[in-house]
Design a protein. Structure first.
Length: 498
């Protein structure tokens, strides 16, 4: 580890300007985590145009704060209203809400906050330790290895996607096709533009993300009943006892370890980590019958896992330039907009960005611990906001953000189209996350495929004659073979049903 670069990162993260934007990011993240129906993907999409005028490290520090801050905020509504503000907090609602019904909302909220802080701190340390050697190893990658890595990433996102495998494959296919829209840089041929001149440069990923996750989520929420009953307007007993701390220690450590591992996997991240942690704690518990009725481990484990998963998902993005989830895809888009090519060279060429973002995560976690419990009254009031007042504001911000990209009305119409598509996908139980990953990774995959075939004089055998490329393709094939095995298919359906 080059400590001179770490010093540069410390100076970057602790600059007054970046601390301010880190605070803005974690505060906004908590707020959008608290508000049901508005997740980090939609929020980051809306705010991305605002970051164009900022320094790259400042922009990424703020956007990262929004992401891991949302994991904190999502637990508040899950516990108080049984309405998860963020998808990763779905599991927290199971036991957190039951604790609130027993008059122990303060204990549940404190457990979520402490577990999140511990997990976030450990995950930040893991990024600092493991990202540099992974980036050094990635410097040995050539076009064949990157192509195989993207194939593995797309396969993993299908395997780990919620619901039907056929739907997940379909979403990846649609995403890859959307990524081909525009002018082919090699031949100059127009692809899938349907003679719309506005599509010659391709579809902006912000338009796609905001439509699918912002507008689509709004329509879906309007279609659902959004009745919210607060169990407690005043929260007390926010300091856990020594017995509570002892009870949560094991689940927090196990959740952190599990979330840190799953966060690195494409399609894993915070949501899968929280579900896996809950299942693990229930299996290891001496009193599994308590789960679903107010088990403290059912809050501590998943909350730790989703925060660890959210933060370690930065490892493949920062070191390989490969997103593990839609939020990381937006982060890559933010880097590209600022003229930075994501990949292993970022660590050496942009040490202020690389180390500044990592160190700011620890600063952000401290801010979240300090902010969340004292401001619990504010979050409770935000939960009470009627959704019919909230969604027009979201629509206005989405429209302004999309219009500001190119000052074009066409982008707003396109966003509306993707919003309708996002709503239909939810209706047909199709997860839109693989679509966005396919859309971001598709052009990269095509570019590496072309480079490989150009260097090998058109011989595709190069993908299996290079050891690293072969190993990744073999893992991808094994994943596919495993997930289609009848026993695994049955177990997978049971797990998602539970």
């Amino acid at each position: 580890m080059d400590f001179s670069n770490v010093e540069i990162g410390l100076a970057t993260a602790f600059s007054a300007w970046n601390i301010l934007y880190c605070l803005i990011g974690v505060f906004l993240g908590t707020a959008i985590g608290v508000l049901p129906g508005l997740g980090p993907v939609a929020t980051i999409s809306m705010l991305l145009p605002i970051t164009f005028g900022l320094e790259p490290e400042t922009a990424l520090i703020m956007l990262a704060g929004i992401y891991y801050g949302a994991q904190y905020g999502g637990s508040t509504t899950a516990i108080l209203v049984n309405l998860p503000g963020e998808s990763a907090s779905v599991v927290t609602a199971i036991d957190g809400y039951q604790l609130a019904r027993k008059g122990q909302a303060g204990k549940a909220l404190a457990t979520a906050a402490i577990g999140s802080f511990v997990a976030g701190t450990i995950a930040t340390l893991l990024i600092a330790l493991f990202a540099p050697p992974l980036a050094d190893m990635a410097l040995e990658f050539g076009p064949p290895e990157y192509f195989s890595l993207i194939v593995l990433g797309l396969v993993a996102s299908v395997v780990l996607a919620h619901g039907s495998l056929l739907h997940a494959f379909g979403m990846i296919g649609v995403g890859l096709l959307l990524g081909l829209v525009g002018i082919d840089v090699n031949s100059g041929a127009s692809r899938y533009t349907f003679e719309f001149p506005q599509l010659t440069d391709g579809i902006n990923f912000v338009v796609v993300a905001m439509g699918l996750f912002g507008i689509g989520e709004i329509i879906a929420n309007l279609d659902r009943s959004s009745e919210r009953t607060l169990l407690a307007k005043k929260i007390t007993d926010l300091m856990p006892s020594l017995a509570d701390l002892r009870e949560m220690f094991g689940p927090v450590m196990r959740g952190t370890a599990l979330g840190s591992l799953l966060g690195i996997l494409p399609g894993g991240g915070a949501m899968l980590s929280s579900f896996a942690s809950y299942a693990l704690e229930k299996k290891l518990s001496n009193r599994p019958q308590d789960f679903g009725h107010g088990a403290l481990a059912g809050v501590a484990g998943p909350e730790s896992a989703n925060n660890a998963g959210a933060q370690t998902s930065f490892i493949p993005m920062l070191t390989l330039g490969i997103p593990s989830n839609p939020v990381m895809a937006l982060m890559i888009g933010a880097l590209i907009v600022h003229g930075i090519q994501p990949g292993p060279s970022v660590m050496n060429e942009q040490p202020a960005l690389f180390w500044g973002v990592i160190i700011s995560m620890w600063i952000g976690n401290v801010m979240l611990l300090v902010l969340n419990l004292p401001l619990i009254g504010l979050w409770v009031k935000m939960v009470s906001l009627p959704y019919n007042l909230l969604y027009p504001t979201i629509l206005v911000f989405c429209s302004i953000g999309v219009f500001s990209l190119n000052n074009a009305e066409f982008d707003i119409y396109l966003m509306a189209l993707f919003g309708a598509l996002g709503y239909l996908l939810r209706k047909f139980d199709c997860e839109p996350a693989p679509l966005l990953l396919g859309f971001i990774l598709g052009p990269m995959m095509e570019e590496y495929l072309r480079r490989t075939l150009l260097l090998s004089a058109g011989d595709p055998a190069v993908f299996v004659t290079r050891p690293i490329s072969l190993a990744m393709l073999v893992v991808a094939a094994l994943l596919l073979a495993t997930v289609f095995a009848p026993f695994i298919v049955k177990k997978r359906e049971e797990a998602f049903q539970e």
